[in-house]
Design a protein around this ligand. Structure first.
Ligand SMILES: NC(=O)c1ccc[n+]([C@@H]2O[C@H](COP(=O)([O-])OP(=O)(O)OC[C@H]3O[C@@H](n4cnc5c(N)ncnc54)[C@H](O)[C@@H]3O)[C@@H](O)[C@H]2O)c1
Ligand SMILES: [Zn+2]
Ligand SMILES: [Zn+2]
Length: 367
């Protein structure tokens, strides 16, 4: 059940000294969200910045949150962890940014100083990680507070296509780091990507840095498979219509694939990856899982395979930004729908019914 809260116009009138309000998309427990008034964020630590959102989007992870798969997200949380915007205010400890700077927001907050940050594992920063739209209020709002702004924001180069850069907050680094790098994609490899959503397509795009021989996309959504072909998939399998395991085995002379990338987040798709992996292969999980999966050790124990999991670190964001600037990657091609930020509820309807709506990435603009 979804609720669209109606706010009386009088409630917008602000009394001097009272906290300023803004509009935001707020989670109220599984299946419940509303577009409502919230206090505007303020600087709470010297390392914070307040960013006025210019453009944001919805992630498959937000759909998992709405399903109740991410129980740490509590009632009243503003969700969203992607976007670009303009700095409204910085704390006294922020040295890389000032009011008016255009910035890319990373879905991962990182202090840059702790043991994990020093290892490049920003996802496990002791004072950050994936907190935006999860443990603290996120980006599907008019304003957002970004902790550790110096390390968690990236300057947007002058003249850049800011809409395209929204794809750098999460999906491109996620597809690349959790899928392609962890899967150790190599020239000549045969790869299967299970899930042809934005994340699967981000893995498809960035796998091509390494010239694999075959990239096979698997999804029940025919439209998304057709889109994947235009992004470089060499073969597609609609697993609602045919048996993906049989098809992969017939395409690979019974061997299976060198790399299987899981980009859905349900038990069936993880188990599919472990069923189609060739001896010595890599299963790279990307999906956010809310349920336990079966691991068939009775067959896998002798297959010399590697299984990896990863929360995106976003350590490759500066590199990916260069590939977008040089047009080696054109992530704006993933954008299928545009909404105003105040149409966030409609945007969820569209992204949540992606097959029917032919949706991939939706952009919400705060005018
Ligand atoms: N590890 C990370 O750091 C990280 C970061 C971001 C997103 N994610 C996760 O990545 C996953 C994908 O995100 P997205 O934005 O592309 O989501 P999405 O919901 O838009 O796409 C998922 C795709 O999976 C397909 N699918 C559903 N069931 C399937 C099945 N049985 N077999 C094959 N395909 C199936 C759907 O048709 C859809 O195209 C989500 O689980 C998301 O939470 C993980
Ligand atoms: Zn995400
Ligand atoms: Zn840290």
């Amino acid at each position: 059940m979804e609720t669209l809260e109606k706010v009386h116009p009088a409630s917008k009138v602000q009394t001097p000294g009272a906290a300023k309000t803004m509009k935001a998309l707020v989670y109220h427990g599984p299946g419940k969200k509303s577009w409502e008034d919230k206090p505007q964020p303020t600087i709470t630590k010297p390392t914070d910045a307040i960013v006025k959102i210019f453009k944001t989007t919805i992630c498959g992870t937000d759909l998992h949150i709405m399903k109740g798969d991410v129980p740490e997200v509590t009632d009243g949380r503003i969700i969203g962890h992607e976007g670009v915007g303009v700095i409204e205010e910085v704390g006294t400890g922020v040295s890389n940014f000032k009011k008016g700077d255009h910035v890319l927001i990373s879905c991962i907050t990182s202090c840059g100083k702790c043991e994990y940050c020093k290892k490049g594992m920003y996802s496990h920063c002791e004072d950050g990680g994936w907190i935006l739209g999860h443990l603290i209020d996120g980006t599907q709002a008019e304003y957002v507070r970004i902790p550790h702004a110096d390390n968690s924001l990236y300057p947007i180069p002058a003249g850049a296509d800011e809409e395209a850069l929204v794809m750098l907050s999460d999906i491109l680094p996620t597809g690349f780091e959790c899928g392609v790098l962890n899967g150790q994609v190599k020239p000549g490899d045969t790869i299967a990507i299970v899930g042809s959503g934005p994340i699967g397509i981000a893995a498809l795009l960035t796998a091509q840095f390494y010239t694999p021989a075959e990239i096979i996309m698997i999804d029940p959504d025919e439209n998304r498979l057709n889109v994947a072909k235009t992004f470089g998939a060499t073969k597609t399998i609609n697993n609602a219509k045919e048996d993906a395991i049989k098809k992969i085995m017939s395409l690979t002379n019974g061997k299976g694939v060198d790399v299987a990338i899981e980009a859905v987040g349900v038990p069936a798709t993880f188990e599919l990856c472990t069923a189609i992996i060739a001896p010595g292969g890599h299963v790279a999980n990307i999906g956010v899982h809310g349920k336990s999966v079966t691991l068939h050790m009775e067959t896998l124990w002798s297959h010399n395979i590697t299984i990896t999991t990863r929360l995106v670190d976003t350590v490759t964001t500066p590199m990916l930004l260069k590939t977008v600037q040089s047009k080696k990657l054109e992530p704006n091609r993933l954008i299928t729908h545009h909404f105003r930020l105040d149409q966030a509820m409609e945007a969820y309807e569209t992204f949540g019914n992606a097959a029917k709506e032919k949706a991939l990435k939706v952009i919400l603009t705060n005018n």
